[in-house]
Design a protein around this ligand. Sequence first.
Ligand code: GUN
Ligand code: ZN
Length: 437
Amino acid sequence: MTQQTLLLGQTFEARGNPMTTPWEEVITVNSGGAVLIEAGRISDLGDARLLRRAYPDATVHDYGHHLICPGFVDAHVHYPQTAIIASWGKQLIDWLNTYTFPEEMRLSDPAYAQAIAARYLELALDHGTTTMCSYATIHPGSVDAFFTAAGARGLRTVAGKTCMDRNAPEGLRDTAQSAYDDSKTLLERWHGQGRASYAITPRFSPTSTSEQLSALGALWAEHPDCLMQTHLSEQLPEIAWVRDLFPAARDYLDTYEAHGMVGPRAVYGHAIHLEPREKDRIAEAGAALVHCPTSNTFIGSGLMDVAGLAARRIPLGLATDTGGGSSFSMLHTMAAAYEIAQLRGTALHPAQLLWLATAGSARSLHLHGQIGTLVPGQEADITILDLASTPAIAQRSSAANDIWEAVFPTIMMGDDRAIADVWIKGAKRVAMEPAPG
Ligand code: GUN
Ligand code: ZN
């Protein structure tokens, strides 16, 4: 008989999308819930009393009043920027040139890339993130380093080689042909290998020529089951630059569309300053947008219209955008999403915030068949939240009138201390030593 593990606690259960359906109809928390894990997957979900009786031989982990959630899914990060997170004083283009590009250059050294990949993954796991969709650098070795480190930890991840053939420094440029060739080799090496998926990754229109975008569009057409990730309409000076670089384009999205880079498996980060046509086209294509709220305030980009885009039924994910984002924590990211929505006149409910950080992000990456909910059949990536992890949080949650009042202080004030445990494919995480570097 396969080994059975039973996690007891308060279970976060999602049966639908609370951004398009009233959250009360699709989200519940079972205060006496249980999740059964067998062979790395969730095999049952229900009342602790019933499941204890039904599975008397299971090994029980009783988490009391902790919240049992799907592992957090960070839908847009740059693991190579781990060491330059929280760099002061620049907006997007200057921030890239001053901090990001010099650091990304260092990942030409495979040993450094391996050290940063390990450091990043341990930090993300400390914060309860079990799946991440990352940009690498232009160096193929940075993709190998990431997927190797993720595989050693058993993680489901998505990543791709960042492609740039202009407007980047010497040493950080590829060509249209080498971007195609290297991406193809990496895709064939990693896509579907264990829990890895490959994403074709042009950084953004300003750093790719039309020739490179066309080459990557052709590669995507040859491998339509891969994601294609890039940046879109993040900051106003960036958009003006795109207009200068692509005078024939109708708008920013059109610079991708003209090269075959709009489709249901496209994932665009930021998407703050969209034109009506762009929203229409994204909705029609079924492409996903990723909200990066700590980055959007930290780099000074703007306030994404989450409620408006969700109402268009555009799939939305949530992300740290490490290191343009100012945190590794998806809790912190949910707090920033709440604050930005408030500034736009909407109070996102804690059920919506937790859903965006789990099922919403999983859906944006087309991984909802595998991860993102506590549904039987899903891979057992699970994050356990202590809802009283600091004195400040505990004094507020102890006075809560319902579960959502108990959860919200952890969303707003929680950090890695709130992560009681992380389960990866059915095994309790044991922290690994990040490689020195
Ligand atoms: N646009 C192009 N590259 C980047 C990046 O690395 N971070 C962010 N936030 N925006 C970008
Ligand atoms: Zn980004």
